[in-house]
Ligand binder design. Structure first.
Ligand SMILES: [Mn+2]
Length: 325
C-alpha cells in the first residue's frame, strides 16, 4: 500500500471518531510530542474529545514545550482509557516504545500508527509508515491535510518543532522538497518560529554546559572501529546539577569530530542501565547495529539499552562494528 493509501485509511478512521486517545513514545522528543499534540489540537478543533499521554508517571513536559498550546490535552497515563475506541500511536517504532500503554494499543478497537522509523514492524489496525518521511510531524501534516477542518496555529507550531528537530534544522538527508513545502505551509500560520528555535536549540543550563565539558574531555577515538565515543553517569549529573533530559544534543557536538564516521554516547539512566546512542555520518548502518542489540532507530541514528557499564558496552559495540564493516 502506498503512503497516500495509508493516509487515506487513517483519515477515514479519524474523521468519524468522537473520542480519540493519542500516545507517543516514552521520553518524547519534539517529533513525538509535537506530532501527538498537533493531531490532538486538530481533532479537538473538529469537535472530538481528545486526550494525549505517554507512559511516564508523572508526565514531565519538557522545558521547550512550556509556552505552546494544547498542554491541557495531556492526562497522566493512568487516566488513559483501558480499551480506547480509537487510539493513535505517534513516532513509536514498536509497541514496547509505548511502555505501559502498549497493552492499550492492543485493546483499542482501532489503533492508528503514524511513524517514520524503518524498523517499525507495522503494528496497529491502520498503519501509516513512511521511512522516507523526515519526521512523524510531516506525516501528521499530510494526514490533517486529508481531513476536513483547519489546522490551528498552535498545532502548526508543534509540527514545526518536530520537523525542525528531526531534520536537523533542514540539514539531514531525510530533508526532502516535500519537507520544505510542509515547513513553508506551517510557517504561513501565526506562531513565533524564532522564539521556538531559541527554546529548542539555545536554552542550556550552566549545569549542562559543565556536563558537556566533562563528556568532551572524555572523548575516545577508536580508529579500528571508525568510532568516537564518550559517556555520562548519574553521578556526573548529580555533581554538576544537570539532568539527563538536558543532554540530548551532547551527541550532536561529539559527532562533529572529523576523525570518525560513527559516534557513540553512553548515558546512564535513572534505573542504572545505560542508554547507548549511535550516529553515523553515512558509511555505517547504525540502525541494524542497534537492532542487533535489541534497540532500533534509523540507518544513521539509532540506539539501544545496555545492562553493562560504558567501557563494556563499547567493547561489545566495537566487535559488532568491526564484523559489520
Ligand atoms: Mn521522529
Amino acid at each position: 500500500m502506498t503512503t497516500t493509501d495509508q493516509l487515506k485509511k487513517a483519515a477515514e478512521a479519524l474523521e468519524g471518531a468522537t473520542d480519540v486517545a493519542l500516545a507517543c513514545h516514552i521520553n518524547p522528543d519534539p517529533d513525538a510530542l509535537g506530532s501527538m499534540l498537533a493531531l490532538g489540537l486538530f481533532l479537538r478543533a473538529r469537535g472530538a474529545r481528545v486526550i494525549c499521554s505517554w507512559a511516564q508517571q508523572p508526565l514531565e513536559v519538557p522545558r521547550w514545550a512550556a509556552g505552546l498550546e494544547g498542554l491541557d490535552l495531556l492526562v497522566q497515563p493512568k487516566a488513559f482509557p483501558a480499551e480506547p475506541a480509537v487510539m493513535v500511536a505517534l513516532d513509536t517504532a514498536s509497541p514496547d516504545r509505548l511502555g505501559g500503554l502498549a497493552a492499550r494499543a492492543q485493546k483499542a478497537r482501532e489503533c492508528v500508527v503514524v511513524d517514520h522509523h524503518r524498523t517499525n514492524p507495522g503494528f496497529g489496525t491502520v498503519v501509516v509508515l513512511d521511512p522516507d518521511a523526515s519526521s512523524t510531524c510531516e506525516l501528521v501534516f499530510r494526514l490533517t491535510d486529508r481531513i476536513q477542518g483547519d489546522l490551528p496555529d498552535g498545532a502548526a507550531a508543534w509540527l514545526y518543532a518536530g520537523l525542525l528537530t528531526d531534520t536537523g534544522r533542514f540539514q539531514y538527508q531525510a530533508t526532502t522538497p516535500e519537507s520544505l513545502r510542509v515547513a513553508a505551509a506551517l510557517r504561513e500560520h501565526d506562531f513565533d518560529h524564532a522564539r521556538l528555535g531559541q527554546v529548542l536549540f539555545e536554552d542550556s543550563s550552566l549545569g549542562y554546559l559543565r556536563a558537556l565539558a566533562i563528556a568532551l574531555a572524555r572523548v575516545v577515538h577508536l580508529p579500528e572501529a571508525d568510532l568516537v565515543w564518550t559517556y555520562l553517569t548519574q553521578a556526573d549529573l548529580a555533581e554538576l546539577g544537570a539532568s539527563m533530559g538536558e543532554t540530548d544534543d551532547l551527541i550532536d557536538v561529539v559527532r562533529t569530530a572529523r576523525e570518525a564516521d560513527v559516534t557513540c554516547v553512553v548515558k546512564q539512566q535513572r534505573d542504572g542501565r545505560f542508554k547507548v546512542s549511535l550516529r553515523s555520518k553515512g558509511a555505517t548502518d547504525v540502525g541494524s547495529v542497534a537492532a542487533a542489540f535489541g534497540g532500533g532507530g534509523h540507518r544513521l541514528a539509532a540506539g539501544y539499552t545496555s545492562d553493562v557499564g560504558p567501557e563494556a558496552s563499547v567493547e561489545t559495540l566495537v566487535r559488532a562494528l568491526r564484523s559489520d564493516g
